[in-house]
Write a protein that binds this ligand. Structure first.
Ligand code: BG6
Length: 554
């Protein structure tokens, strides 16, 4: 494994949530795995009056909560001694002179030029200012050693993203800028490429000839939590679709890369975005659905509506659910729809990519074979279960030719028997090694905004008159069913790989899991959308059901 060069890791916004929950636990995990260089210093920049010890104490409490492996007091001490605090007003140019002097002093002690990483873990409106002040203080000048890390969201829309990227590029070269989308650090997301391009049997069927449509689901049980200040201005489309879901979409739709070079991969992903059929502004409503959660039940707990959450306006029109339909205008994907959906306070926390294959060209089996039209699908389970599931028909044992949908699966847990590294661990390591493969380039971010602008504009110009339009603990608004069923297709319940068993997430399983009382169950059913009212069989293979019905009627 390569070892990073001596590194000074500067985090602006060290007392914030991101540093506490994600960055420090990830760096500590790298330390525990002996993957940090021997010469390593972390400088936390913040506004509070803390000193080194106070900061270390605060960060240690985060480690105790978010680092899930055993460690000793000595381990923590070993890591903590590399942490320093610098109190500074990060909008003040003087702070950057001071920082520059500190960096020089550390490098003099080490007698070597260190990698200098500037991580902006601050509210997004400060990104441009910090980058400019770093540049003006000469801290971006060393193109080889200075790096800037930018968290999403990159802009609020296309215009602001262009403006921010222009500011960044005035001071840093693109090769110095690491735009983070933490989904790209997830093992299962990276595995999409391994699965597609390391195995010869899938690529030949990965196209419009065999694939009927693709669905990408990122569902969360969590509500807005304490992030209303940010979320009220973001909403699900900006918070999740513009980055995480679009990145998943690119990995599924991209052409095979010639090499694993960062820019080669990023070029192939950018090609997908450039090939997306523009959503016509006047028909944006036919390509998108938004929703906002009302009250409901999650895992046996009653939860409030979005509009009742702390910091949310009582009349808020921010969407907590978004679904869109995209087409890729190229030879591979012409007319194959990609349906993307995400939401908060949904029935289960589950993310997956589901590739649904076309029906066989001719059904030779008798009607009694019970064959539906196209149940075959390949599901890439991103989280919380990590793996791949293939669903297809097999003959049921017995004298008659009865067919039954069956599954084959690969589970990370069963196969590798150790937890996957946290996304941030992978990403911070790559930043130290200056590998940009898993980071977003300016043109990709801008292209993603360009795709979504007609929907964002439509939503900004028309007030939703039905919010809240889905109950917490359901699979989202009824209209989302319409988005896909208008094309004669269906959202299927996401697939779960619990304890090596393939299951679909259905409401009855959820009820059983929660031991919900009868009253709670009634509430769940009342809040339920049409898909939840279906039986499992209907939800799994609706077309088979419809066909059976047709046959019976005729
Ligand atoms: C973040 C979003 O980028 O991703 C959050 O801002 C969301 O709203 C989170 O909850 C989901 O990440 P993960 O890794 O928990 O799926």
């Amino acid at each position: 494994m390569p070892t990073p060069n001596p590194t000074i890791f500067v985090i602006f916004g060290i007392t914030g949530d991101l540093a506490w929950r994600k960055l420090i636990p990830a760096l500590f995990s790298l330390y525990m795995a002996h993957r940090l260089p021997e010469k390593f210093v972390l400088i936390g920049v913040g506004r509070s009056d803390d000193d080194d010890e106070q900061l270390r104490g605060h960060l240690e409490s985060g480690i105790r909560q978010f680092y899930h492996q055993p460690f000793s007091a000595q381990d923590w001490q070993g890591f903590a001694q590399s942490i320093r605090y610098q109190k500074a007003d990060i909008t003040d140019a003087g702070a950057y002179q001071q920082l520059s002097a500190t960096l020089q002093q550390i490098e003099q002690t080490w007698q070597t030029q260190a990698e200098r990483i500037f991580y902006m873990a601050t509210p997004p409106f400060m990104f441009g200012r910090i980058a400019s002040l770093l540049g003006e203080a000469g801290l971006s000048a060393d193109r080889t050693h200075a790096r800037l890390v930018v968290e999403k969201p990159i802009g609020h829309d296309l215009a602001s993203a262009l403006e921010l990227n222009q500011t960044l590029i005035q001071h840093f070269e693109e090769s110095q800028i690491f735009r983070i989308d933490h989904y790209l650090g997830k093992e299962t997301v990276q595995n999409i490429m391994a699965f597609r391009f390391a195995n010869p049997m899938f690529e030949p069927i990965w196209n419009r000839r065999y694939v009927d449509h693709v669905t990408i689901t990122v569902a969360e049980e969590l509500g807005v939590g304490n992030r209303a200040g940010y979320y009220e201005h973001a909403g699900a489309l900006r918070d999740m679709v513009q980055n995480h879901l679009i990145q998943l979409f690119c990995l599924v739709a991209m052409e095979p890369p010639v090499s694993f070079e960062a820019d080669e991969i990023r070029n192939k992903k950018a090609d997908v975005l450039h090939a997306v059929r523009p959503i016509p502004a006047e028909h944006a409503g036919e390509f998108s659905v938004r929703g906002q959660y009302g009250p409901g039940w999650i895992k046996g707990e009653e939860v409030p509506a979005y509009r009742e959450e702390a910091g949310v306006a009582p009349e808020s029109n921010t969407e907590t659910y978004a679904a869109i339909k995209l087409f890729v205008d190229n030879w591979r994907w012409q007319d194959v729809p990609f349906y993307l959906r995400t939401g908060k306070r949904l029935a289960e926390t589950v993310s997956e990519v589901s590739i649904r294959f076309r029906a066989v060209p001719h059904q030779a089996f008798p009607v009694s074979g019970k064959m539906g039209r196209h149940p075959d699908r390949l599901v890439m389970c991103i989280q919380p279960d990590e793996g791949i599931v293939l669903k297809f028909y097999a003959k049921q044992p017995g004298p008659e030719m009865h067919l039954k949908p069956v599954t084959m699966h690969f589970s990370y847990q069963e196969e590798f028997k150790r937890p996957s590294p946290e996304a941030y661990e992978t990403l911070l390591w790559d930043i130290m090694l200056k590998d940009q493969t898993l980071f977003m380039r300016a043109d990709q971010v801008e292209a993603a905004w360009r795709i979504l602008m007609p929907v964002l504009e439509e939503w900004a110009n028309t007030e939703p008159d039905d919010f809240p339009n889905y109950g917490s603990g359901t699979w989202g608004p009824e209209e989302a069913e319409g988005l896909i069923s208008a094309d004669g297709r269906y959202w299927l319940l996401p697939t779960k790989l619990e304890g090596g068993q393939v299951q679909s997430c259905d409401l009855s399983a959820l009820r059983a899991k929660t031991n919900a009382s009868e009253a709670q169950q009634r509430a769940l059913v009342q809040a339920g959308t049409s898909s939840e009212k279906q039986t499992e069989e209907q939800a799994e293979y609706p077309e088979a059901q419809a066909e059976k019905q047709e046959v019976m009627t005729s």
